[in-house]
Design a protein around this ligand. Structure first.
Ligand code: PEP
Ligand code: MN
Length: 332
């Protein structure tokens, strides 16, 4: 059960609600987000929900049978809208396109991608500065100096930034330069990081774990929401299966299932989803047709020279064609 409290609830009314919950053996956890104040209540007993709704200080009350609560669609039918400012929105019919290199590599590279995005009216650029790599000898990103450069160029060009945070200690120095924090597949169940992202006040794109189930993804999202951040997006980026003809198995089923189970926007990442450049555009289109609220994909001026993930990265021409095709199926 989720009880939404009146913002200015008195101590007296609060204890009356607590007493009532004790009576029906429900254990409440208080959640205060930047948007509202809730009691998330866990229990098994049957009760009359009207008896709770009638208490003073209660704004709204919902029965939620899912074990994830705040991210469930069972209490919030209206979809979440992510508003990045300056007219850039994702969700509720606003398709978010986030494109850029796997890794930020140089000023020249960022300028080239920014030019490509502006030409095609794309307002969000992706690019990692902290890179989780399978090998410790591979390029691991430009770090905070790369982020400062990336942010400065994007700000000057009216472009928003999404970049991956890998650990709690990076959050503070990254905060002012980032518009959306990405949680990568490898960190999808790093609960300390998820807790900390509850208080950053900026949107978070949470990727599904490499072998993560849909249920695990939704529970990870619940960590961030229950620590105070409602500005959340879920991302399908492929999972590991027995199939090895491609990098990952892009689980397109997940898009519809997540949309049905949660009110959060769902973003598709076909680049990591399949890992093979030529298959990326059609998967991006299929994702939007399946109901995704946006796509995130990798693009680079010269994919063959990219310092990471070049094999799944589109060049500018391929990216431009994809954007045109996306515009045909959905007005951006
Ligand atoms: C990335 O976006 O470049 C990345 C490392 O993604 P994932 O966490 O999905 O592997
Ligand atoms: Mn990548």
């Amino acid at each position: 059960m989720i009880i939404q409290l009146q913002e200015n609830i008195s101590e007296k009314n609060y204890s009356e609600i607590s007493e009532k919950l004790k009576g029906i053996k429900f254990v409440p956890t208080e959640v205060i987000t930047n948007e509202a104040r809730y009691l998330v209540c866990i229990g098994k007993n049957e009760f009359d929900i009207r008896g709770i709704g009638a208490l003073s200080g209660v704004k709204d009350v919902h029965r939620v049978s899912d074990s994830f609560k705040l991210v469930s669609r069972k209490w919030k039918v209206e979809e979440t809208l992510i508003d990045l400012g300056d007219g850039v929105k994702i969700g509720r019919g606003n398709i978010g396109i986030m494109a850029g290199p796997c890794s930020i590599e140089s000023e020249e590279q960022v300028l080239k991608v920014v030019e490509h995005l502006k030409k095609n009216n794309i307002r969000i650029m992706r690019g990692g500065v902290y890179k989780p790599r399978s090998s410790p000898y591979a390029f691991r990103g430009m770090g905070i100096d790369g982020l400062k450069m990336f942010s400065e160029i994007c700000k000057a060009n009216g472009i928003k930034i999404i970049t991956e945070v890998m650990q709690v200690s990076q959050l503070e120095e990254m905060l002012q330069y980032v518009d959306i924090f990405q949680v990568g597949a490898r960190n999808s169940q790093n609960y300390n990081l998820l807790d900390a992202l509850g208080s950053v006040g900026k949107p978070v794109l949470l990727k599904r774990g490499i072998s993560g189930t849909i249920d695990e993804l939704l529970h990870s999202a619940e960590y961030i929401f229950s620590h105070g951040n409602e500005k959340l997006m879920l991302c399908e980026r492929g999972i590991r299966t027995f199939e090895n003809a491609y990098r990952n198995t892009f689980d397109i089923n997940a898009i519809q299932v997540l949309k049905e189970k949660s009110h959060l926007p769902v973003i598709a990442d076909p680049s990591h989803g399949v890992g093979i450049r030529e298959f990326v555009p059609k998967l991006a289109l299929a994702s939007i047709i399946s109901g995704a609220d946006g796509v995130i994909y990798e693009v680079h001026e010269k994919p063959e020279e990219a310092l990471s993930d070049g094999q799944q990265t589109l060049n500018f021409e391929e990216s431009e064609k994809l954007i045109c095709d996306l515009k045909k199926i959905s007005p951006l």
